[in-house]
Design a binder for this molecule. Structure first.
Ligand code: NDP
Length: 287
């Protein structure tokens, strides 16, 4: 058996087209401000992707550079100014922050109504309370991909591996809200395979290259691979990215599987755009 490969790009394109239409109907484009502290290559690359995607749908994207040596108080002050600025609809703090900065405190300093990355504790709390929220973008992508397969989530056995605050935990809560029976595994889980092999839907967000092997997957399962792991090339060759799931094995067992790259990734940035449009509509009272 070979699994259906579920690409994120076509879904992302469909959502972006809907967002463009919504933005065209607005009196002015939504404004998303990204704050980047220092020069982390990953944060910069993500910011470039965001800028390109924002331009595509008509969101004004403004990248503000702050020094790596900035103190927590000064960073909060910058965030405070954006919170107060009536022209700013969304704020994203590029991660990771330089060492020494308190990331959760900075996230909590963002106005929850402008928190388009869905990282403020209030938004996470709303997700936990099954209320409408600016939910974390990656968790939204994982759930959207599952919904795309048409799998019945009510009563489904779902296993989420990873319980990070922005991926595993909110994804688990959102799937619970859709009627699934959700098990969350983590590094202290005694027998990971015993859980994963029961999952009709398996969401993997660990950050370890190809850790989930084919024999750990239930035949026919929907497998959503959130992981992005860089594998350096040998002998000076260019490296490449792999997921947390051993794709070549999993594709022989699963019913549907997302590729890495090309699965969750393209949708994540789209969910950031979606949250930005949502934040702008709420703030402007045009929902
Ligand atoms: P974190 O490092 O915050 O969390 C990793 C989770 O995996 C933790 O809950 C940890 O458990 C668990 N874990 C670690 N080792 C094991 C193990 N041996 N068995 C079971 N569970 C384990 O990572 P993130 O959630 O931020 O990211 C996960 C992956 O997703 C990364 O590869 C990241 O690059 C990728 N990612 C992809 C995005 C996209 O758009 N596609 C966006 C964001 C992230 P414990 O809590 O016990 O330590």
């Amino acid at each position: 058996m070979t699994a259906t490969i579920l690409e994120g790009k076509p879904i992302a394109e469909q959502i972006r087209a809907e967002l463009s239409a919504q933005i065209d109907a607005m009196d002015r484009p939504p404004v998303l401000v990204a704050l980047i502290c220092g020069d982390d290559a990953g944060a910069r690359s993500y910011a470039r992707m965001q800028a390109k995607a924002a331009a595509q749908v008509g969101i004004e994207y403004d990248l503000r550079e702050l020094p790596a040596e900035i103190a927590d108080e000064a960073l909060h002050e910058e965030i405070g100014k954006l919170n107060e600025d009536p022209l700013v609809d969304g704020i994203i703090l590029q991660s990771p922050l330089p060492k020494g900065l308190d990331e959760p405190a900075a996230q909590a300093a963002i106005d929850p109504d402008k928190d388009v990355d869905g990282v403020h504790p209030l938004n996470l709390g709303l997700v936990a309370a099954d209320r409408e929220a600016l939910a974390p973008c990656t968790a939204q992508s994982a759930v959207r991909l599952i919904e795309e397969t048409g799998v019945e989530l009510r009563g489904a056995e779902v296993v989420v591996v990873g319980r990070s605050v922005i991926v595993g935990k909110p994804a688990a809560l959102m799937l619970l809200d859709r009627g699934a029976t959700v098990t969350v595994c983590r590094s202290t889980t005694r027998d990971l395979a015993a859980h994963t092999s029961q999952a009709e839907v398996l969401v993997v967000a660990i950050g370890r290259a190809e850790m989930i092997r084919g024999e750990m997957i239930k035949p026919g399962a929907v497998v959503i691979d959130v992981g992005i792991n860089y594998v350096p090339g040998e002998g000076g060759a260019k490296g490449h990215y792999v997921g947390d799931v051993a794709f070549d094995e999993a594709v022989e067992v699963a019913g549907t599987i997302t590729p890495v790259p090309g699965g969750v990734g393209p949708l994540t940035v789209t969910m950031l755009l979606k949250n930005t449009v949502e934040a702008a509509r709420r703030r402007r009272g045009t929902r």
